[in-house]
Design a protein around this ligand. Structure first.
Ligand code: SF4
Length: 250
């Protein structure tokens, strides 16, 4: 699962992929970036010759310090059924021996409560529309210290969302040439839930600035909030939005 981490002040971002490949589980997978990346890399590197649908465990090590934030298995789903409990436990044991923060995002949180997550794991679930809000209930059964929800890609309205027990919310729309349309009301609704329920919100770009950099503005404000007192890096924004590049629908 693509991890929602981006630019945090004082933190160095890295990826750690011990699982490669995945299979779709819901409409949010239709434009899976990991599958697209795999296809693009096909024939370039040995491990990309294995079909994406063949989920493979490839244990590896990573050397990091305290100020690292690591996206774990961003090109797969850590809790995919083809990854055994022992393999998940192997990854958890490896993480528990390290410093830094490890971000694990899954569309299969129903397995999450089977494991003892170390305190340096941020465990999240990805939800594309209100039909999958039950993933929050599954996530809440896990014992991870920090739990987050990633409403990305947002493919429909979320409706009423109870964020009790959730430490962080990320949201974003689908990107790319085949991106499905969205409504800004969907984003506003989640933003308002976060405000009223006191949950930090990270919002990732909807439309594009003149220099084709995604704009993270929502109603004139940037929402780059993180849990645990972490702050966003200073970012400059030119404030110019090119709506022709956008699939936004007011
Ligand atoms: S669960 Fe994530 S990695 Fe797996 S197919 Fe869906 S979007 Fe891709």
């Amino acid at each position: 699962m693509a991890s929602p981490i981006t630019s945090m002040k004082g933190m160095i971002h890295r990826s750690w992929n011990m699982v490669r490949g995945c299979t779709p589980i819901s409409p949010g997978c239709d434009q899976c970036y990991a599958r697209a990346q795999h296809k693009a890399m096909y024939s370039e590197r040995e491990h990309y010759l294995i079909p994406f649908s063949e989920v493979t465990f490839m244990p590896s090590n990573i050397s990091i310090g305290h100020n690292y934030i690591i996206s774990v298995n961003g090109i797969s789903d850590t809790l995919h059924p083809d990854i055994t409990d022992q393999q998940v436990q192997f990854m958890i044991d490896a993480i528990s021996k390290k410093h830094g923060i490890f971000v694990v995002c899954t569309k299969r949180p129903f397995r999450a409560s089977m494991f003892d997550w170390p305190p340096n794991v941020w465990l999240g679930t990805s939800i594309e529309d209100k039909n999958y809000l039950y993933r929050i209930d599954e996530l809440l059964k896990a014992n991870s210290k920090i739990k987050f929800v990633s409403f990305e890609p947002m493919l429909g309205p979320m409706g009423e969302v109870d964020l009790t027990g959730i430490d962080w919310v990320c949201m974003g729309i689908e990107r790319g040439p085949q991106a499905r349309p969205y409504r800004i009301q969907w984003l506003r609704q989640v933003r308002d839930h976060c405000i009223y329920q006191g949950v930090p919100l990270f919002y990732r770009g909807a439309h594009y600035t003149r220099n084709l950099r995604p704009s993270d503005l929502l109603d004139g404000k940037i929402w780059h909030q993180y849990p645990c007192g972490l702050e966003a890096k200073d970012e400059k924004y030119d404030g110019k939005v090119n709506r022709r590049k956008s699939s936004i629908q007011d």
